[in-house]
Design a protein around this ligand. Structure first.
Ligand code: ATP
Ligand code: FE
Length: 335
């Protein structure tokens, strides 16, 4: 079974070809236009998707060595995401499925961040049901109990900012360009994580909050910069390490609690922030320390990609869960 998958929920135009649960090609066109605006500009994103989508799909097919006529289904991201961006991918997927006369499969982007663990990859194990998934991305922070491919229950989530936003907004405060998450990660590697102790928010149960931390960092940087205008430049590594350390601690506290409350010791992470080297390392340490089994996605399946849309498409294909052309894109959808 060859599946073409298209992902266009935010600012990356992506296409992938899967043969069953294996990825033959996984192409992402990053949109650089947003950098100078310090965040994603929706109108520019949909325009760039329109420009990128044909070449990206072409490259995906070529790289996979698959002809259009061999495709068995077209999967696309239905949501959540930016409406204008989603519409480019869905319109294209619909016309392609119709032209090729193959099934159309609508995919939930957040399910895809979790089910990316079911892509067959050498050196990567797949979780067994039930497992806990912590989705940490640009728009979401959730702890999900996964009992089957499509049976997922959110048992904790953020009450304000997403963890990716916490990284990006903190980065902005210290003058780093968008998206700042990967840069904080990079500078943190040579910094002292305990240089500047930030306090963790007190949020009951399995929920998260990140907006207080952002404000705390803002005031801290303002105060220190008043005392010494070069404070950020002189302490960049330590500041980044301290921010990252605090965020990781917040995430680890909650996942530990989730394991305790559910008795489930298999822990998977997914979403853009699961690319973070600190969280990857900390989770591996927790595996040894607490006897968990942890699942850390291959780097290319952490931030937005179409391979993860394809694996969901494949599992829906097996269940004959298809959509007709009347399926609508949704800026928000529940798991
Ligand atoms: P969602 O999946 O919730 O709809 P999204 O698709 O926009 O949101 P992703 O592409 O999954 O988000 O993740 C992007 C986020 O991941 C950004 O906030 C980015 O800063 C963050 N991120 C990427 N790499 C790293 C890293 N190494 N360390 C920290 N954060 C990172
Ligand atoms: Fe995403």
């Amino acid at each position: 079974t060859y599946i073409l998958a298209i992902e266009s929920s935010c600012d990356d135009t992506a296409a992938a070809i899967l043969k069953n649960n294996k990825v033959l090609s996984n192409i992402v066109a990053r949109q650089a236009v947003h950098e100078e605006y310090g965040g994603v500009v929706p109108e520019l994103a949909s325009r760039a998707h329109q420009q990128n989508i044909v070449p990206v799909i072409d490259v995906a097919l070529k790289k996979a060595g698959v002809n259009r006529e061999e495709l068995c289904a077209v999967a696309f991201t239905q949501g959540p995401g930016l409406m204008g961006s989603l519409l480019v991918g869905s319109s294209f997927a619909k016309s392609m499925a119709m032209a090729l006369d193959v099934p159309l499969i609508a995919v939930n982007h957040m399910q895809a961040h979790i089910l990316a663990h079911f892509i067959e990859e050498e050196g990567f194990d797949m979780p067994e049901f039930p497992f806990l998934a912590m989705t940490i991305s640009g728009g979401h922070t959730q702890i999900v109990k996964v009992t089957d491919y499509f049976t997922m229950e959110v048992i904790g989530e953020t009450t304000d900012d997403a963890v990716g936003e916490a990284f990006d907004k903190s980065a902005k405060i210290i003058g780093l360009p968008y998206p700042g998450g990967p840069l904080i990660d990079k500078y943190a590697q040579e910094g002292n994580p305990k240089a500047f102790p930030f306090t963790k928010p007190k949020v009951p149960g399995l929920n998260f909050s990140f907006s207080g931390l952002k404000t705390q960092i803002l005031y801290f940087i303002q105060k220190k910069t008043e005392e010494n205008p070069n404070f950020v430049a002189e302490n960049l590594h330590d500041i980044c390490a301290s921010i990252q350390y605090t965020i990781i601690n917040i995430l680890m506290d909650k996942i530990k609690l989730a394991v305790k409350e559910t008795g489930i010791k298999q822990v998977a992470i997914g979403g853009g922030v699961s690319a973070n080297s600190g969280i990857r390392k900390t989770l591996k340490e927790a595996e040894k320390k607490y006897g968990w089994k942890t699942f850390i996605p291959k780097f290319e399946y952490t931030t937005d990609n179409a391979a993860m849309i394809g694996i969901v498409g494949y599992h829906k294909f097996l269940k004959h869960e298809f959509n007709d052309a009347s399926v609508v894109s949704k800026a928000r959808i529940e798991l």
